[in-house]
Design a protein around this ligand. Structure first.
Ligand code: NDP
Length: 479
């Protein structure tokens, strides 16, 4: 069995403690690999390496930084099968989805390799005679990048690309239960020839290794994706050092199907976004509000799609959905479905584990559609993070918008309609960082991604994402 090591100061290293942990496959609970289990000391060594590398990397011209990032993206593509296999085995998602994720990560690196050349400043007039103001932007320093298990490579690339392009060095901490693909991605990237200490990766528990990255004065920027409760804790701790923080947190995304929507398109989009990655997506469809007149037709179409999805081990090419990531995730989903049924929801399909020997050891669960759902149920209040599509009928669009906004989260929202006027009116009124109109995805590499309310702070992707790693300096000139 391979041991995935950490990357500190350009070298592949074991933990100072010598300890390892074992990563298991959620499809069959078989061991996949061992992982060096880092400590606070390892995190400190990685931060020191990143601090040492900062002058050289931040002083490198942006087009040369871009060339190296492009080279790294090329190496990621060349190693796509190896990285994707690790991703499927540790996380569960189908191999074709894992490949799509790794490819998307390489594309993000390529985008930032170019965007890093567009760190522009300003030249301003003054109210005083013979004075001008020059505004420049400079890399903030060492960044700590802390990421979750649902898209461990893609979500990491959003941070890595922007940090490197801005001229920051970094220490990444992948999720403890799925660190293999993320670490392989960083190792391959590092082979592009970055100065030693520019790219670092440490493993270990969030409350220990992650906390060190947040609390240690060397890190000047914390980029975090994960649960809202963890984000709140990180924000509190980062306050002690007045550090720049960007937080991509939980979601509870509404999906509005208006009377004039193309129902086949809407059902296909809802099915894909509610069930892919087993619903373990921050922008997953969590609440479907369907106009009363079309709700039943829409539900039939959604159920027929859900029932056609093939569940199984992600390494099998015929599979649409793998297992859930963990027993805890599956139990939470089961508890949310049970709560909805107790409070009066109807089960239209799924709602249980699949039967059969091939499913006996994995954390499998069938895609589930519920109707007669209301806002007293956990599926509408909390983040289920499971393959569940709850449907609520609405009589007026105003009411549907109010219900959509009745959530502490505000990450993504979706509206399906054939009226441009309805689309824009609804999109403007939805409280979310991204709104998909007749689309089920709000991720676009050039565009900002992030949440309103308790879904987060700051933006990733696009030029907005780059700004999160830059400081602004005013140079006042007496001519
Ligand atoms: P967690 O918040 O549990 O963990 C995320 C990362 O933070 C892990 O690397 C974890 O380490 C680390 N961590 C945990 N505690 C601390 C701490 N005290 N200090 C520093 N780091 C810590 O999230 P999950 O991994 O469970 O991910 C699922 C969540 O991520 C969902 O809520 C989902 O909505 C959200 N998410 C948000 C996205 C967005 O863009 N808004 C996108 C994708 C997911 P360890 O693994 O060791 O616990």
């Amino acid at each position: 069995m391979i041991t995935s090591k950490m990357l500190i100061d350009g070298r592949s290293v074991d933990s100072c403690s010598g300890k390892v942990s074992v990563i298991y496959n959620p499809a069959n609970q078989e061991p996949v690999a061992k992982v060096s289990l880092g400590t606070r000391l390892d995190a400190r060594l990685a931060l020191e390496a990143a601090r040492k590398a900062f002058p050289e990397w931040s002083g490198t011209q942006s087009h040369l930084r871009g060339e190296m990032i492009h080279r790294g993206a090329g190496l990621v593509r060349r190693n796509i099968d190896e990285i994707s296999k690790l991703l499927t085995q540790e996380q569960g998602k189908p191999f074709k989805d894992a490949k799509r994720e790794v490819l998307a990560a390489a594309d993000v690196l390529d985008y930032y390799a170019e965007e890093g050349k567009r760190i522009f400043g300003d030249w301003l007039p003054s109210t005083s005679k013979g004075v001008r103001s020059l505004i420049i932007k400079q890399p903030i320093g060492v960044a700590a990048l802390i990421t979750p298990w649902n898209f461990p490579v893609d979500l990491l690339s959003w941070k890595v690309g922007a940090a490197l392009a801005a001229g920051c060095t970094f220490v990444a901490k992948p999720p403890s239960l799925a660190p293999l693909a993320a670490t392989a991605f960083l190792q391959v990237l590092n082979d592009a020839g970055f100065p030693a200490g520019t790219v670092n990766a440490v493993h270990g528990p969030g409350e220990d290794v992650g906390a060190e990255l947040v609390e240690n004065p060397i890190s000047r920027k914390i980029a975090f994706t994960g649960e809202t409760s963890t984000g709140r804790w990180i924000m509190e701790k980062a306050a002690a050092g007045i550090k720049r923080v960007s937080l991509e947190l939980g979601g509870q995304s509404p999906f509005l199907v208006c009377e004039d929507a193309d129902l086949d398109k809407a059902a296909a989009a809802a099915s894909q976004r509610a069930f892919s990655n087993m619903g373990q997506i921050c922008i997953s469809v969590n609440r479907i509000y369907a106009a009363k007149t079309i709700a039943e037709d829409f539900a039939d179409k959604l159920v027929s799609r859900a029932e056609r999805l093939r569940v199984g081990d992600g390494m099998s090419p015929e599979v649409d959905l793998g297992p859930m990531f963990s027993q805890a995730q599956r139990e939470k989903t089961e508890a949310h479905v049970a709560d909805a049924l107790e409070k009066g929801a109807d089960l239209l399909c799924g709602g249980r584990r699949p039967k059969g020997k091939e499913f006996s050891k994995g954390y499998f669960y069938l895609p589930t559609v519920l109707s007669k759902v209301n806002h007293s149920m956990r599926v509408t209040r909390e983040e289920t993070f499971g393959p569940v599509a709850p449907i609520i009928k609405f009589e007026s669009l105003d009411k549907a918008i109010d219900m959509s906004n009745d959530s502490e989260y505000g990450l993504a929202a979706y509206v399906f309609t054939s009226s441009l006027s309805t689309a824009l009116t609804v999109a403007e009124r939805l409280e979310a960082g991204g709104v998909g109109v007749n689309l089920n995805n709000v991720v676009e590499v050039q565009a900002p991604f992030g949440g309103w309310k308790q879904s987060g702070l700051g933006r990733e992707l696009g030029h907005y994402g780059l700004e999160e790693y830059l400081e602004v300096k005013h140079i006042r000139l007496g001519l």
